[in-house]
Design a protein around this ligand. Structure first.
Ligand SMILES: Cc1cc2nc3c(=O)[nH]c(=O)nc-3n(C[C@H](O)[C@H](O)[C@H](O)COP(=O)(O)OP(=O)(O)OC[C@H]3O[C@@H](n4cnc5c(N)ncnc54)[C@H](O)[C@@H]3O)c2cc1C
Length: 410
């Protein structure tokens, strides 16, 4: 059995490490942060097997142009960073205009369909309490707004994803926390949420170390390469020999991939959350008012309002104003939400232009597996990605077809 180095202890790294360990490998996770303290810490907790609509769709340019001039809009670009982001943005826009959209939705569905099932495999019975097949509500303020979302419905229907259209009254019967603001909703009964995404990662990581795996709190700086193989990872705690490497460093993976001679279009789509006290009438499930592009999720320690996309790179500081704006937007939609923020947070979504992650072997190295770029759906795709990585390392028939996620598509 192999000695496997996993670079990055977010949801993708720990899920990969856990499935590799189940195959009998000796696994070591490397991360300068503790497990789950990167982007996986503060996401909206949505586990939506029916989340299949890529970020870039036809009409994205028109929509984005109206957003970027408003500092509280769902998308903001730091103009100082724009020249660096332009090549990625060009590919992002091209992805939305391409006829590939149905194929992308199908590949997202493959990765997301069995998300709950594979998380249950990874978690002990106690951990199952983190998972809730609670359904999700996509909310629309008018019939016109609902009609505009026809593409999403077409893609979901074509893939057999169950959904129900609800009227204003039916919305409030299902979710009494909501005011009369919404004219229509789409209810996705097979979707749900994780009530503490950070604890999910930490729990899986604890299991790994309990079962003999190692966690080394260090950053990987480089790879020792010889004859088309990586022999060791070079960390800020020294040289660590390995037989196989999994690169799962989220939005930072592009920098590491460069050390391996790979140029992969990966951008940080920065997002924020604000935690508010749980209102008296708490939502029972994730609520998604589409116009605002925020998700409101009942968590173990309060109500999480998460969303927005900001293109400003990996190194710019957090924009406090955008974080605060999330609470204000949520209060506008949901009359029961009150109180001051308990905490605010910013994370880097690792985004590829076509909304599909990179999962598979490096074309240049026989013993390097790439697993990053899950964008806005890394929690949903995490468990199946981990299983797929272990299948590919084992060389057995993969759980799902890995072709759509190959690095060579760029
Ligand atoms: C506001 C917001 C809301 C979101 N909501 C959802 C949602 O509801 N559902 C969903 O599915 N997804 C959601 N996402 C996206 C999801 O959180 C990400 O796709 C996912 O966390 C990515 O996981 P990861 O393991 O690839 O990256 P990370 O969790 O960022 O992990 C990567 C790790 O690599 C480490 N690392 C970096 N460089 C190195 C190095 N050189 N050496 C060693 N380690 C290194 C980092 O420290 C980090 O811990 C959301 C994201 C945001 C920002």
């Amino acid at each position: 059995m192999a000695n496997i180095a996993i670079v990055g202890a977010g949801i993708i790294g720990v899920a990969s490490a856990a499935f590799l360990q189940r195959d009998g490998h000796s696994v070591t996770l490397y991360d300068p942060l503790r497990p789950g303290e990167g982007c996986s810490f503060g996401n909206a907790g949505s586990i939506g097997p029916g989340s299949v609509v890529p970020l870039s769709t036809p009409g994205i340019v028109r929509q984005a142009a109206s957003w970027v001039t408003d500092p509280n809009s769902p998308l903001w670009i730091d103009w100082r960073y724009l020249p660096r982001a332009l090549p990625w943005l060009a590919k992002f826009i091209a992805a939305g205009a391409s006829p590939r959209i149905d194929g992308i939705a199908k590949a997202l569905r493959l990765l997301h369909a069995d998300s709950f099932k594979h998380y249950r495999t990874l978690l002990g019975v106690d951990g199952h309490a983190l998972l809730h097949v609670s359904g999700q509500l996509y909310l629309y303020e008018s019939d016109a707004a609902f009609a505009k979302d026809a593409l999403g419905r077409r893609l979901r229907d074509a893939l057999g994803i169950r959904s129900e259209i609800l009227s204003s009254d039916e919305i409030r019967q299902l979710e009494p926390s909501l005011g009369p603001r919404f004219a229509r909703a789409l209810y996705l009964p097979d979707s749900g949420h994780c009530s503490d995404p950070h604890r999910l990662v930490a729990t899986i990581a604890e299991d790994i170390t309990r079962n003999g795996g190692r966690f080394v709190r260090a950053a990987v700086k480089d790879f020792e390469q010889e004859a088309g193989q990586v022999r060791a990872v070079i960390t800020d705690a020294g040289r660590m020999p390995c037989d196989t490497v999994v690169v799962a460093a989220g939005a930072w993976s592009q920098r590491l991939a460069r050390r391996l001679g790979l140029r992969i279009p990966l951008e940080s789509l920065r997002g924020y959350h604000v935690m508010l006290p749980m209102p008296e009438t708490a939502p029972k499930r994730p609520l998604y008012p589409l116009a605002a592009k925020i998700m409101i999720t009942p968590m173990e320690h309060g109500l999480r309002i998460a969303g927005t996309a900001e293109i400003a790179g990996l190194d710019a500081p957090m924009n406090e104003r955008r974080a605060a704006a999330l609470g204000t937007i949520a209060k506008r939609y949901f009359p029961g939400i009150a109180g001051e923020p308990i905490s605010v947070w910013m994370g880097h979504r690792p985004a590829t232009p076509d909304s599909l992650p990179v999962i598979g072997p490096s074309p240049q190295h026989r013993n390097v597996m790439l697993a990053f770029g899950h964008g806005q759906t890394g929690l949903i795709g995490g468990s199946t990605t981990g299983l797929l990585v272990s299948d590919l390392v084992a060389g057995r028939e993969p759980t799902i077809d890995p072709y759509p996620y190959r690095v060579g598509r760029f």
